[in-house]
Design a protein around this ligand. Structure first.
Ligand SMILES: Cc1cc2nc3c(=O)[nH]c(=O)nc-3n(C[C@H](O)[C@H](O)[C@H](O)COP(=O)(O)OP(=O)(O)OC[C@H]3O[C@@H](n4cnc5c(N)ncnc54)[C@H](O)[C@@H]3O)c2cc1C
Length: 475
């Protein structure tokens, strides 16, 4: 570590901590947060006629199939992010977005229901972060992370395709060192490393007040089914599962190109839990006949940030995306977008001092933090639903009624936003307690009680692969 004792936080005079022509910025990590930060910074700098030198340190070859090129993720890009990026001039073309997800299908042990997009033009995207799963033979699609990184390099950033080994401080400026190299001094270091990296520990040793976020393990599997089979089975829906499996908070099966991605979030997910989920009848019902749950093309167990960093900034340092503050369980790429943009705006227009980041960048992190606290309560309710069969019956009954009879999508809208991560948790939580939703719940109760008492007699048939467009219930 280089001179970790030097330059305590806030020691830089604010006047010296403004970016100017020729300022040098290191972005550690070229995932969504790092690439979007760079794109916004260079875009805004051009508008004010300032020339900045930005080095992005990123060792992953994002076009390469398999783990080497992949940033391990479910790959859902929320509709709000698709729209925000478009407004900012970042187009997600059809070779990047592998499938427009036009509906969710919620599966429980007491039935399934399809929830159509609340608004026809709001399609969310499903992307591969890298070159695709390990056994991809033909690159039909562009990697999402490669696409964003290209947007950053087109603005003039330089990519240094290697891992940062060490970060330090010398003469009041941060330094970055790669393997076999000398420390290089920068005016600003932007940390966008995500959480699946050992480098974050280094920042705790710098004495800048950074403490790593709280993490938990997740599981992702990719299965090759082929486009045609996917069209007949999983379709263009994202399938989400409310199953009473301990430690499982959220599970989804997402169609992408020739593959489907299975994604499990919860409390320290492991391979056994992945196997238990994959063998659940509700999961097998959406997969093709004879599907082999053990034949995944790829599997990984990445960490996810479940409690963000209290102080994601310091003098000439800012932590964006997962390495700082992100949304709980949902829309991590959207949170990377928000923190990246706020950091870029602050650095360019307010400076790179601790004070500048505290006053201008931190409010965005606090708003995500605060919303996550409300999200925790929303997830308590979904946990209760996982345990209480009568509640699952009520959810299915109300949602089916809304979908089949064209009613205002009160519960459907809540579920859509929980699954897609498109709305703030505060908004979702408020709508969960909508009195009109309670009225619908009361109206559905007689039917729910009858079907609870006579559950086997009333059980409709299984989820039909051949007809994924129909609101459907199974037992
Ligand atoms: C199971 C799972 C499913 C998810 N599903 C979704 C989803 O569907 N939609 C969604 O929006 N979000 C999802 N997320 C969250 C999403 O993946 C993250 O929020 C998002 O990737 C954060 O972007 P980032 O740029 O901060 O970090 P990352 O995407 O992790 O990128 C960090 C980059 O830093 C690089 N790096 C690391 N260390 C170094 C180093 N020492 N030197 C140089 N470079 C380094 C890495 O190579 C990497 O490219 C999911 C997460 C998990 C775990």
């Amino acid at each position: 570590m280089t001179d970790t004792s030097a330059a305590p936080p806030d020691s830089t005079a604010d006047a010296d901590a403004a970016l100017k022509d020729g300022s040098r910025i290191a972005v550690i990590g070229g995932g969504p947060a790092g690439s979007m930060f760079t794109y916004f910074l260079l875009d805004m700098a051009e508008r004010v006629d300032m020339r900045l030198d930005v080095d992005i340190y990123e060792p992953r070859p994002f076009t390469k199939p398999g783990p080497a090129g992949c940033n391990m993720c479910g790959g859902i890009v929320s509709e709000s992010l698709v729209q925000n990026l478009a407004v900012d001039g970042v187009w997600l073309s059809s070779d990047v977005v592998q499938r427009g997800i036009d509906s969710y299908v919620l599966h429980t042990d007491v039935g399934s229901v399809r929830i159509a997009t609340p608004n026809d033009e709001m399609r969310i995207g499903a992307v591969h972060r890298g070159g695709g799963p390990r056994d991809v033979t033909e690159a039909k699609w562009e990697s999402f992370d490669h696409h964003l990184l290209s947007n950053a390099t087109e603005r003039g950033a330089k990519v240094i395709s290697t891992r940062v080994e060490e970060v330090g401080r010398a003469n009041g400026h941060p330094t970055v060192r790669v393997k076999g190299g000398e420390p290089v001094s920068y005016d600003l270091v932007v940390v966008a490393t995500g959480v699946n990296t050992s480098i974050l520990k280094t920042f705790e040793g710098l004495g800048i007040g950074y403490q790593r976020p709280k993490l938990t393990k997740t599981l992702i599997r990719e299965y090759y089914l082929g486009e045609d089979v996917i069209a007949q089975t999983v379709g263009t829906s994202m399938h989400v599962f409310l199953l009473n499996i301990p430690r499982l908070e959220f599970a989804a099966v997402i169609p992408k190109g020739d593959y489907v991605t299975m994604c499990l979030l919860g409390d320290d997910i492991d391979k056994e839990l992945g196997d238990a989920f994959a063998s659940a009848p509700e999961v097998r019902a959406i997969m093709p006949e004879g599907w082999d749950a053990g034949a995944a093309s790829c599997q990984c167990l990445p960490h996810i940030n479940i409690h963000g960093v209290e102080k994601p900034y310091a003098d000439r340092f800012v932590f964006i995306g997962d390495s700082g503050v992100t949304r709980l369980y949902k829309d991590g790429i959207g949170a990377a977008y928000r923190t990246a943009k706020a950091a870029a705006r602050t650095a360019l227009f307010e400076g790179v001092s601790e004070r500048a980041f505290r006053e201008n960048f931190m409010p965005v992190c606090q708003s995500i933090h605060g919303d996550n606290r409300i999200g925790e309560y929303a997830f308590v309710l979904t946990r209760i639903a996982q345990r209480l069969r009568i509640m699952r019956r009520a959810i299915i009954a109300i949602t089916r009624d809304e979908q089949a009879n064209g009613r205002r999508p009160r519960l459907s809208g809540v579920l859509w936003d929980i699954f897609s991560g498109s709305a703030p948790y505060s908004d979702i939580f408020r709508r969960m307690f909508d009195p009109m939703l309670a009225v619908r719940g009361i109206a559905a109760m007689p039917g729910v009680l009858v079907s609870t008492i006579r559950s086997t007699e009333l059980a409709p048939g299984p989820f039909r692969h051949s007809d994924p467009g129909t609101p459907e219930v199974k037992a």
